[in-house]
Write a new protein. Structure first.
Lengths: 1006, 459
């Protein structure tokens, strides 16, 4: 006989199982409520936890949205100073790394046969304990080493103490993208070995020497927000205030008004020529008067005339650049990324710092005294030393924490080979990678959304990382592993008063943070506030610095490149989506197109079309790229945004191993790099080789989600001038001037009044609408990832992308045209517009009348609603949609276990055969209305934010109520820059686009 | 079949009853075909089976197995749908319009044309269902009071389509059946056993009395008058599927007349394709003579000229409107990616029929057959270029993408062709392919058609 209680227990368990499984589309399941409802969980109501994004070292604040105990979405934490409530594409996609189906399911141990076998935590720790116990007992020093991702705060303290207890000081924080040249340059110039802080929002003119700050450089979300604040403040007469100097038209460069495609190594002469010109024109600030002597003699040989041949920039342009940079005070020059990667890396950073100094930017847009966590990074030299020690059998146990040096270090430096010499390699990685393939023991760490932690990206910002859910797999927090091992080793237990990491963190925050910054508060007062805010934040006052004479320390001899004289300089750049390859197994990031090339699911080598023609290379030709240090085989992508003579490869693809999304795509450029180090800072030489390209004769299909705009001289979504301009001029309509002058009173009104057969729709309560500022949009794709996360959009894979069956509701349409370098100025005006294209929610929607079954209709709130269950799949609506934003479910969507846990329960998972599209996040509209009703108030402007607008780091998207004349949106759509896509069709979209401001005059014209 | 001296039996000098007996025997003789017939039938069944199997693949895995994508959401299926609806047109044209115009030569081919109409609509009707994302819900397009509490959208051309095709099918079937009644009576009289019982029922007790003939003639005239506007309406409505949309290359006021002319053109082509082999195999050369075929060729020439004019005027519209979107589509047709198909279409639909200006070409049976095949190909290509070619080149340049059907689509197309031929084969096996009564009537009246009913060279 089954008892009632047993029955209820069984039902409770199976009920929760049913709930977890309820997202499978074709099954009918019973919904059974919690028997005993857990605290904090109200079914159907989302809970948000403040935490901290650890996808990269930038450390943006994050809110983890959970439903019924599982994280379904990551959003920025608006209280957090880093990111200010926004996340980038990688942050948005972090939920995919949480539920990544390839994650290690538990600890693994390599057996005698060399195979990794599952083991349990007790056994794994036992092994570690015995080995470390021997080392501890023997008293040998420096036998244990730790190489891992950047840690600060409690975890750093724990790791350091733990290693010390084992007699080792070797705690190396390793990040692929380090800032050693900059740190070295600040040391030389200002005697401060720290990265400076930038205040882009206060700058009025910006020059970037290769710093791709909108993608991966430093803290891209924060910098993009600051960049937009800077851009909003510029004048409409002279809207060009950003010049980018690099070899490749990166996403950042494509957002510049002027791009200087410069030869590798010509950056230092150009920077010095600008300084020369500033001094010559008498524009230097008085603060540097005392230093003038050495500066003048330093730049003396680098007059604009003398450097013109090297840099390719005309004298008048250098003078104008110098004039505008120094007169638009404060301005800012950034140096870094792909330009500070060769032998002159430190010299360029020095020149850039000097440029800032003579223009008077020190202490204004460039400050010191707010150390960054990145200052803690190990130098390349320390890593080379470790490799040497490994080779000399000095290292007995090597710990690798969330880093993949086998993949991300130049392969020629021999890390992989040295790893073979280490008797015990312990990896804490969550995912199989090139390094775990050589590890003996794998102790998978929790994902950051599953574990406690803290991180301080810079002084004054200490974020707390809260676990937002129970671990998905049998992983264990590394802190807990360290403490539990310490408990078991003789003589170590006494040094660690806590047996689990949470207690350790607690104690650290109590003693090291509360006691110092809020001693007057009790722990009970302090802690809840920290959790609520997402950390502890305070302003840190910058310090003043003084410039030192570094004229003897700057290397002025030209950069040398290794390799064949007739080869092409190789440029290796960070991937905007995969960072250094750590995100490569993330299906959203693979499927969301690369922001510049629009290619998906692939790796490639970029070749300038000119060079391609010379070498007889076509798009998709597979080539072997050979440097003196190695070779890779990749398909060619012809890309006009390159300096002639340069070929470029992104780091990130080419992952080996058993990764279902990343394996077998492209190749790893680190195979080509030299093992040498930059002479002054000792950093990795990212730009030091020339490569040969040899055709293999094979072809490889590169898939782009959009036709190349250069295929046809018509770019219809940018501006609505098509009917008025002659055919040849339609490529890039001038964007502001005609709007401001009223010439843009376009098609609809200049021809005739729009004629509507049917009476207009009525919107008694709300009429939802959107404004998208194309001037602010950088094309970073964060909104696309947010849309994938919010709306359960399935990925389809490369083959279906090639067939045109991608499911993204929101795509960034990129109109990119790279004109040839201007003969008069030596500059390029990149003609790039990113148009986020999503359902326009038209008032006269062409999709609506053609649907025979009313599956799509105009709802009373102005939404173009799509009823999935009603849809029979005639697809007529999609044919009739001029914006092509409707997506058809060609087949049933798949969410490999456990990715289905990420699905948003507020949004239907669509079945095969139905049409879908952007809903303006109707579930968020409903949630906003519910919240207002619960709080017994009217729905206010800004109460509702769709996922795309929520995350946009450039704040380019505004959602609101057009029926409310006082809403911010209603004000903004009156802007003279506003236009609708394909206005002449009289679809009357609910989305207003604001045109991009582009300079009308040549750069050197005053 | 006919005896060696049988040709004399058609001589007007002989008593009418003798000649009528010969007609009965000749035409009913077609109902006993040989081994080749069954082989063809088996092939058709095989083709249908292959098509059905392919379709189950599509239903199981979704439309991913087709070549369709964003933005070309309609492709081979809708092309084939329009193609078969077009084919269906000449049946009614020949039966109804030519009947009203008293073009008596039509009698010889009218039955086959009517049957073709019915089967073509039956084939066409499959495609809107096959092409649905969720075909099992096709009945949601039918407005009837239901528990779902939902209704259909009468603003959607797809709904108009359903009504137009439904009406056309109903009227075509009725018209076909009405014309068959006297012949069914002949069948009844010439059959025995269970067949005779069935024919007794379906021939509605026809006895051939004057009163019956009087009513028959007036109701036939009435049905003809009813069917005539449908020739215009059906394909006009089908064309509105496209013309009502805003897709460049579709959105045109020209579409209704353009499609109707094209439909008649393609239907006549299909009539020739079917009848030329049939008259050979069934030994009906004496009933369907080359002068009948010549008349069809003349009609083909006429409709071809209309179609050619439509092609030209479409380009004129694009040029004159200065609409860049429209221009892009037509540039892509004329010199772009769709140019090979476009020029194939021009050769088949415009240039090849021009040969019919030459009288000897119209009388060359082999040439007629070849050109009729070209017209079938050309008209399918025309619809493909209009549908897929326009969808592939819409407003937003960055969404352009070309389309080609997948093996599943080709298989279903093949299956549908077999389905059509299957019905046609059943038809010529079980029903007289030539209207016996009308042939007799023509002989009796001694109308110009009479000469064509007798062997060439007869006085």
């Amino acid at each position: 006989m089954i008892k009632r209680r047993d029955f209820l227990k069984v039902m409770g368990v199976s009920g929760s199982a049913a709930l977890l499984d309820a997202c499978a589309p074709s099954q009918t399941e019973q919904l059974i409520p919690y028997l005993v409802s857990p605290d904090n969980i109200v079914p159907g109501v989302a809970t948000y936890y403040t935490t901290q994004c650890r996808e990269c070292p930038a450390g943006c604040g994050m809110l983890a949205k959970t439903r019924e105990g599982r994280v379904i979405k990551a959003e920025g934490n608006p209280n957090h100073p880093v990111g200010k409530g926004r996340l980038c594409i990688r942050g948005q996609a972090s939920v995919q790394s949480l539920y990544n189906p390839d994650r290690f399911r538990g600890p693994l141990l390599r057996d005698e046969g060399g195979q990794l076998r599952p083991t349990d935590w007790e056994q794994a720790e036992e092994l570690l304990t015995s080995r470390l116990g021997q080392i501890k007992a023997s008293g040998d020093q420096q036998r244990v080493a730790w190489m891992g991702r950047l840690l600060t705060g409690s975890m750093e303290q724990l790791t350091r103490r733990w290693l010390q207890s084992l007699g080792s000081e070797r705690l190396l924080f390793y990040e692929t993208f380090h800032y050693e040249p900059l740190r070295r340059a600040t040391q030389i110039a200002f005697d401060r070995s720290e990265l400076p802080s930038y205040h882009l929002q206060e700058a009025r003119f910006l020059i970037s020497f290769g710093a791709d700050f909108l993608e991966t450089w430093r803290s891209n979300v924060e910098l993009m927000g600051d960049f937009q604040r800077m851009r909003r403040a510029r004048s409409t007469e002279r809207p060009d205030n950003f010049v980018h100097i690099s070899q490749r038209l990166s996403l950042t460069a494509s957002n510049a008004d002027w791009w200087v495609p410069i030869s590798p190594g010509a950056e230092v002469p150009l920077a010095l020529a600008i300084i020369h010109s500033i001094l010559e024109q008498g524009l230097a600030v008085p603060e540097v008067e005392s230093e003038r002597g050495w500066i003048e003699s330093l730049v003396e040989p680098f007059s604009p005339e003398a450097t013109q041949n090297d840099t390719g920039v005309e004298v008048s342009s250098v003078q104008e650049l110098a004039r505008r940079f120094s007169q638009a005070s404060p301005s800012l020059a950034l140096g870094g990324g792909v330009s500070c990667a060769g032998e002159q890396a430190v010299s360029l950073e020095l020149a850039v710092l000097l440029l800032n100094a003579v223009a008077g930017n020190l202490g204004k847009t460039l400050t010191f005294g707010i150390p960054s966590a990145l200052d803690q990074l190990a130098t390349y030299q320390e890593i080379l030393d470790l490799i040497q020690d490994m080779n000399q059998d000095k290292i007995e146990v090597l710990f690798l924490h969330e880093s993949n040096p086998v993949f991300t270090l130049p392969q020629s430096c021999g890390f992989a080979e040295a790893l073979e010499k280490v008797p015990l390699v312990v990896s804490f990685s969550r995912l199989p990678d090139e390094t775990t393939a050589r590890a003996h023991l794998i102790l998978p760490d929790h994902h950051f959304l599953e574990s406690w932690g803290d991180f301080s990206p810079r002084a004054g910002v200490v974020s707390i990382q809260q676990p937002a859910m129970q671990p998905v797999f049998d992983s264990k927090a590394t802190g807990d592993v360290l403490l539990s091992v310490a408990q078991k080793i003789d003589g170590m237990a006494s040094e660690f008063e806590h047996s689990n990491y949470f207690d350790w963190l607690h104690a650290y925050w109590d003693s090291s943070i509360r006691a110092q910054v809020a001693a007057e508060q009790s722990w009970e007062e302090f802690w809840p506030d920290v959790l609520k805010q997402g950390g502890y934040f305070q302003e840190v006052e910058p310090v003043t610095v003084s410039l030192r004479d570094f004229s003897t320390q700057i290397r002025l001899q030209p950069e040398r490149l290794e390799g064949p004289e007739d080869g092409h300089a190789l440029l290796v750049y960070p991937s905007a989506a995969f960072f250094d390859g750590r995100n490569a197994n993330n299906s959203w990031l693979q499927e969301i197109p690369d922001p510049v090339t629009q290619l998906v699911w692939d790796g490639w080598v970029e070749v300038h079309p000119e060079s391609g023609r010379e070498m007889g290379l076509q798009e998709g030709d597979v080539v072997t790229v050979t440097s003196p240090h190695g070779s890779v085989t990749l398909p060619v992508h012809l890309f006009a945004g390159l300096k002639a003579g340069v070929v470029a490869m992104a780091l990130g693809q080419g992952r080996s191993g058993d990764l279902r999304y990343a394996s077998g795509r492209g190749d790893n450029p680190m195979r080509l790099l030299s093992p040498g180090a930059e002479p002054q800072s000792g950093s990795v030489l990212w730009r030091s080789v020339r490569v040969d390209l040899a055709k293999t004769g094979e072809r490889h299909q590169l898939v782009s989600l959009q036709a190349r705009p250069q295929d046809h001289p018509r770019d219809s979504l940018i501006s609505q001038k098509v009917q008025d301009t002659p055919f040849a001029e339609r490529i890039f309509p001038s964007q502001l001037s005609d709007a401001a002058s009223g010439a843009e009173q376009d098609t609809a009104s200049s021809h005739h009044e729009p004629i509507d057969f049917y009476p207009p729709h009525e919107h008694p309560d709300h009429q939802w609408g959107m404004a998208i500022d194309l001037d602010a949009c950088t094309g970073c794709n964060a909104c696309v990832a947010a849309c994938y996360a919010e709306n359960n959009i399935p990925i389809v894979g490369k083959d279906r992308c090639a067939q045109g069956r991608e499911m993204s509701w929101l795509r960034i349409e990129r109109h990119l045209h790279v004109p040839p370098v201007s003969q008069e100025t030596g500059l390029v005006q990149p003609q790039v517009t990113s148009v986020p294209a999503l359902c326009q929610h038209c008032h006269n929607a062409p999709c609506e009348p053609v649907c025979p079954v009313f599956a799509t209709y105009h709802n009373p709130e102005g939404l173009n609603a799509q009823v999935y269950v009603r849809c029979v799949g005639t697809r007529y609506c999609s044919n009739n949609c001029p914006y092509k934003v409707r997506r058809f479910n060609w087949s049933a969507s798949e969410f490999p276990e456990p990715l289905e846990l990420q699905l948003n329960p507020d949004v239907t998972v669509r079945t095969a055969g139905v049409m879908e599209k952007c809903t303006f996040c109707v579930q968020r509209i409903q949630a906003g209305k519910n919240r207002a009703r619960r709080e017994e108030r009217e729905l206010g402007d800004g109460d509702i934010t769709p996922a795309c607008a929520q995350t946009c780091p450039a704040e380019a998207i505004l959602f609101g109520d057009l029926a409310d004349p006082n809403s911010r949106l209603s004000q903004i759509v009156e802007n003279p820059r506003g236009y609708h896509l394909l206005e002449s069709l009289n679809t009357r979209p609910a989305i207003t686009y604001l045109k991009k401001l582009v300079p009308e005059k040549p750069f050197d014209e005053k | 079949m006919s005896s060696p001296d049988a040709s004399h039996e058609l001589s007007p000098r002989l008593p009418t009853t003798t000649r009528f007996g010969r007609v009965n025997r000749d035409i009913l003789g077609t109902l006993h075909p040989g081994r080749l017939y069954f082989a063809a039938l088996a092939l058709c069944l095989l083709g249908i089976g292959w098509g059905v199997w392919s379709w189950t693949q599509q239903v199981n895995s979704g439309l991913a197995v087709t070549g369709l994508h964003n933005p070309v959401m309609w492709g081979a299926y809708i092309t084939t749908f329009v193609f078969w609806v077009g084919i269906a047109h000449s049946g009614t044209l020949i039966s109804a319009i030519l009947f009203l115009f008293r073009a008596r030569w039509r009698a010889a081919i009218s039955r086959a044309a009517e049957a073709m109409t019915v089967f073509a609509v039956m084939t066409a009707g499959l495609f809107p269902i096959i092409h649905l994302g969720r075909p099992w819900l096709f009945y949601w397009l039918i407005p009837y009071p239901n528990q779902r509490g939902l209704w259909v959208n009468f603003r959607s051309p797809l709904l108009w389509d359903m009504f137009a095709i439904g009406t056309y099918f109903t009227v075509s079937v009725l018209f076909f059946y009405l014309g068959l009644v006297p012949d069914l009576a002949v069948l009844r009289d010439n059959s025995t056993g269970w067949k005779r019982r069935i024919f007794s029922v379906v021939s509605l007790g026809w006895s051939g009395s004057t009163r019956e003939w009087k009513h028959f003639n007036s109701s036939y005239l009435f049905m003809a008058a009813l069917a005539t506007p449908l020739v215009i309406s059906v394909h006009s409505v089908v064309s509105w599927d496209f013309a009502v949309a805003i897709v460049p290359g579709w959105h045109s006021t020209l579409f209704a007349p353009y499609f109707v002319a094209g439909a008649i053109f393609s239907g006549l082509g299909m009539v020739l394709t079917l009848i030329i082999p049939a008259r050979k195999i069934l030994h009906l050369e004496e009933y369907i003579t080359s002068s009948h075929l010549e008349n069809v060729a003349k009609l083909i020439l006429f409709t071809s000229l209309i179609v050619t004019y439509s092609y030209l005027i479409e380009f004129f519209f694009a040029w004159y409107s200065e609409n860049p979107y429209e221009q892009t589509v037509f540039m892509s047709r004329a010199v772009g990616d769709y140019a090979p198909l476009f020029w194939l279409m021009v050769v088949c639909n415009c240039l090849a029929p021009m040969l019919f200006f030459i009288p000897s070409a119209r009388r060359n049976i082999a040439l007629l057959f070849v050109i009729s095949l070209l017209i079938n190909v050309g008209m399918w290509t025309e619809r493909f270029v209009i549908i897929a070619g326009s969808l592939a080149r819409q407003f937003d340049v960055t969404t352009w993408r070309d389309y080609g059907p997948s093996w599943v689509e080709w298989s279903i197309l093949l299956g549908s062709l077999c389905w059509f031929l299957f019905w046609f084969l059943l038809f010529i096996r079980h029903l007289p392919a030539i209207p016996i009564a009308e042939v007799k009537e023509a002989m009796l009246h001694g109308s110009p058609a009479r000469n064509s009913l007798t062997a060439e060279g007869q006085p």
